[in-house]
Write a protein that binds this ligand. Structure first.
Ligand SMILES: [Zn+2]
Length: 87
């Protein structure tokens, strides 16, 4: 993980995000943004988008760990919608 900048590092390399789309919102990036490299490539994220993505990732992790709870929630929402339609 790193933070992009148009200012060259000690090796004379500028790691900028200009021209890159944000992984989360797809809007163009301007430095500084968060940059992560993974096994399938690199992603760039606006700082505000990191928080939004993190919240949703955390929710998905919780669903993966507690699938019965989320099935119950979905069933409750389905029943509620059904009651509203028939009212
Ligand atoms: Zn973004």
């Amino acid at each position: 993980m790193s933070v992009t900048s148009p200012i060259p590092d000690e090796n004379g390399i500028a790691h900028t995000a200009l021209g890159q789309p944000c992984f989360y919102c797809y809007n163009p990036c301007t430095d500084p943004v968060v940059h992560w490299s993974g096994s399938t490539g690199a992603i760039y994220l606006h700082p505000a988008c990191v928080s939004a993505l993190f919240i949703r990732l955390g929710r998905d992790v919780h669903e993966a760990e507690c699938p019965a709870y989320y099935r119950q929630v979905r069933e409750g929402l389905r029943l509620l919608a059904e009651r509203r339609r028939s009212a």
